[in-house]
Design a protein around this ligand. Sequence first.
Ligand code: AP5
Ligand code: MG
Length: 213
Amino acid sequence: MKIIMLGAPGAGKGTQAQLIAEKYQIPHISTGDIFRANIKAGTQLGKEARQYMDQGLLVPDELTVKILLDRVAQEDCAGGYVLDGFPRTIPQAQVLDEALAKQGEKIDYAIDVNVPDENIIRRMSGRRACLACGATYHIEHVPPKQEGICDHCGQKLVLRDDDKPETVKNRLKVYHEQTQPLIEYYTEQGILRTVDGTRSMAEVFDAVAAILS
Ligand code: AP5
Ligand code: MG
């Protein structure tokens, strides 16, 4: 099964993608996580990506598309995957569709996690992220078992650099301009499904699981 998670920054794409990956035993692929891992490791890619991410802007398609296509070509993706944060522009979606079509494949579902902008800014300030394994927590809604430590891998949790309120506002603006048109794109393909992302994490996942089963 090949699944795309759509939604504004902070809508819960990563949270739900992680749950899908666990339930269906498929890789969770987040371009944002890949960029953050590269920033942490100090790679050239990380340096380039950071210039955009810190301002809440999208990393250029040329960089992003190559990374994603390389990743989905790896062996562990043969049985499907859940994409989180990709595609984010119509050209990215088109490149992905073309690459899949060459192998006689296609995306099965694009799931839009719908959360109004007002809720987003509040959520982001409470988020804590693990840069080692990509797990996401919230100090009130989804706290880790031990404060500041990742349940999955034991690493220290951090507030992401791009979660400052000013940057979040920019990310929302970029989302509405460049990413929201994908809702129309996948509606036309007949594979868009929408879930109410303002519900609790477990309720959102029930809705997602109902779509996938
Ligand atoms: P990326 O890492 O993808 O960030 P984003 O889209 O802004 O999304 P977030 O990760 O912030 O939010 P999320 O929807 O995953 O929510 P989460 O589950 O964490 O991208 C970062 C940057 O990288 C971009 O700005 C761009 O520069 C670059 N980039 C990445 N991909 C790119 C691409 N394809 N092209 C170009 N540039 C790209 O949840 C948020 C919080 O809410 C958490 O604290 C969580 O615990 C909590 N929460 C989740 N669900 C619930 C719930 N139901 N109720 C209450 N709280 C909840
Ligand atoms: Mg995320």
